[in-house]
Design a protein around this ligand. Structure first.
Ligand code: T3D
Length: 272
């Protein structure tokens, strides 16, 4: 059904694999459209409880496919150089594709795990860090390649990264355009875990399956509270927590969680 990605559903996990390995899984329009569809399907499918995104081949994702952005580098004729007839309006691709993709990941009520199997560059890095739980192969790396081609970090990177690692690191990382290895990303608090290369997918699947077995409404509300925490004062945030607790305390899953704890058994959650 899809040509640029692969989707497999197993044990409550929708595994989405970016699949343009010869282009380091960089995004073209078709891949954007297929990703939108795959994420919408995963959210709509009641059997899917968590989503796992990874890449095929040696890279995770190199951001925008630059072969679709062939802007003339200049001309001997100064006035021709200044005409921007061939220049794309990047804001339209951001509005139509990158922002909706990041919003889909962020607003998904289901946890999204990212298994970074190789280099994550440009929007590829932004997409990885927009996910809820990020595990990276030891040999993986992150590069905010935007600066190297005259752009700014997009796809939520200036927000997610700055909150994750702080302004000093985020600015140097973005402005220098240098590669950061998985181990460094872990030390900075950019990602959750580093796995040996050969164990990446099995460890990522363990994480995704564990999240799939967690109470879905608690996952949804935890994610929302945390993703929006910085928009609120502490005073308003504790009130939002109170309201979420009020709602969750009346769910079947809370009853089941407490009963399972008291009976020393594994809980089974239904998302109600
Ligand atoms: O345009 C809009 O819609 C606005 C939104 C923009 C969002 C963005 O993501 S902007 C940033 C775009 N991405 C980049 O600038 C990254 C460019 N790539 C690189 O810097 C490097 O390739 C990497 C750091 C990712 C990996 O380096 P390395 O040495 O491991 O691999 P390589 O040899 O450079 O690349 C391998 C192949 O993948 C190569 O093709 P070839 O020569 O084997 O046929 C290379 O051209 C191709 N490739 C890598 N990145 C891209 C790409 N092809 C098209 N687009 C790419 N982004």
């Amino acid at each position: 059904m899809f040509e640029t990605i692969q989707v497999e559903n197993n044990n409550g996990v929708a595994l989405i694999t970016l699949n343009r390995p010869d282009k380091l899984n960089s995004f073209n329009t078709q891949m954007h459209i297929e990703m939108q569809q795959a994420l919408d399907n995963a959210v709509a499918d009641e059997a899917v409880k968590s989503i796992l995104i990874t890449g095929a081949g040696r890279g995770f994702c190199a951001g925008q496919d630059l072969s679709d952005r062939a802007v003339s580098a200049g001309s001997e004729n100064e006035s021709e150089t200044e005409t921007t007839a061939a220049a794309p309006d990047l804001s339209s691709s951001i509005e139509k594709y990158y922002n909706p993709l990041i919003r889909r990941i962020t607003n998904s009520p289901k946890p999204v795990v990212c298994a970074v199997n190789g280099v994550a560059a440009g929007a590829g890095a932004s997409i990885a860090i927009a996910c809820d739980v990020v595990i990276a192969a030891r040999s993986a790396s992150f590069v905010l390649a935007f600066a190297n081609i005259g752009l700014v970090p997009d796809s939520g990177c200036t927000w997610n990264l700055t909150h994750a690692i702080g302004l000093a690191r985020a600015k140097a990382f973005a402005m220098l355009g240098e590669r950061v290895k998985a181990k460094q990303a872990l030390e900075w608090g950019m990602i959750w875990q580093v796995a040996d290369n050969e164990n990446l997918m099995s460890e990522a699947m363990v994480l995704a399956e564990r999240l799939a077995a967690q109470p879905p409404l608690a996952m949804q509300h935890t994610k929302k509270l945390m993703n929006t925490a910085f928009e609120h004062s502490l005073d308003s945030q504790v009130e939002r927590e109170r309201l979420a607790m009020q709602y969750l305390g009346k769910t079947e899953d809370y009853k089941e969680g407490v009963a399972a704890f008291m009976e020393k058994r594994k809980p089974t959650y239904v998302g109600k």
